[in-house]
Design a protein around this ligand. Structure first.
Ligand SMILES: Nc1ncnc2c1ncn2[C@@H]1O[C@H](COP(=O)(O)OP(=O)(O)OP(=O)(O)O)[C@@H](O)[C@H]1O
Length: 237
């Protein structure tokens, strides 16, 4: 039987713990600090230091308050034990993982203070489970580093394995190409010839409906659009 106690070394946050196997008892005090367990949790111990968890899968331990705290110095009320399926169910990952990723991107892209502020605002928004729509204007003279922030946020989504959530649009092919984006004509299927949009033109209406369906399909999963060079829209708008 393996026991989790204050004396034991807990796994480092962000690493998987080997299977604990079948365990028997658990202090009732742990109930409120545990969630996402894949197995049963039983209360059969009076000893508050003997926290034993019955699991059927690996567990994941994260410090949700201070991502960098060494596991051995964690307090029990700072620790949450999660079933590993939680990681797959939570599309935005954990807070400490998001922070680590943000820090490494700020460093890799050598963002200056203002760039970092803009980047973190976007990244935090992207990491929020149910964010309110973000409408952000990022202005500045040519060459002040706006594109670098966009590249950093694109990289942030890519490292999270969520590149599909962010689309960069530009008014022309050359602008779009600079940021590896697309033209909004292409993404929104804006027809070059709009003359055929009258109510008698059944084919025209059909093709418009088809275009909208295509656009919806293409933007499935996308939550944010970067519209070079003015605004960022939230798709629910
Ligand atoms: N923090 C930084 N450190 C070093 N170089 C940077 C930094 N930010 C931007 N640059 C460099 O400055 C140049 C201009 O940056 P960027 O293209 O991002 O500016 P911009 O504001 O988007 O310009 P424009 O409005 O003309 O498109 C680029 O060569 C970029 O690599």
């Amino acid at each position: 039987m393996q026991k989790l106690s204050r004396e034991n070394n807990l796994p480092t946050p962000g690493t998987t713990h080997p299977k604990l196997g079948v365990q028997d008892d658990l202090s009732a005090d742990m109930d409120h600090t545990l969630y996402g367990l894949t197995g049963e949790v039983e209360d059969a111990s009076d000893d508050e230091d003997d926290y034993v968890v019955r699991l059927v899968e690996e567990v994941y331990v994260v410090d949700h308050c201070q991502g960098q705290t060494p596991a051995s110095t964690m307090q029990w009320d700072e620790v949450k034990v999660l079933g590993h399926e939680y990681l797959y169910a939570a599309p935005h990952g954990t807070k400490s993982m998001a922070e680590d990723m943000q820090n490494s991107i700020v460093s890799d892209f050598e963002l200056n203070e203002e760039q970092e502020r803009a980047f973190r605002l976007l990244a935090e928004h992207a990491s929020s489970p149910q964010p309110v729509p973000l409408r952000m204007y990022m202005g500045g003279m040519g060459g002040t580093g706006k594109s670098r922030v966009v590249k950093a946020i694109v990289e942030y989504f890519a490292r999270r394995g969520e590149a599909y959530r962010f689309v960069v649009l530009g008014p022309t092919g050359s602008v779009a190409a600079m940021l590896s984006g697309s033209t909004y004509h292409s993404v929104f299927k804006i027809p070059r010839d709009t003359k055929s949009k009258n109510s008698d033109d059944v084919d025209g209406l059909n093709s418009e409906a088809t275009s909208l369906a295509n656009v919806n399909e293409r933007l499935h999963g996308v939550e944010q659009l970067k519209h070079e060079t003015f605004t960022m829209f939230h798709l629910e708008d």
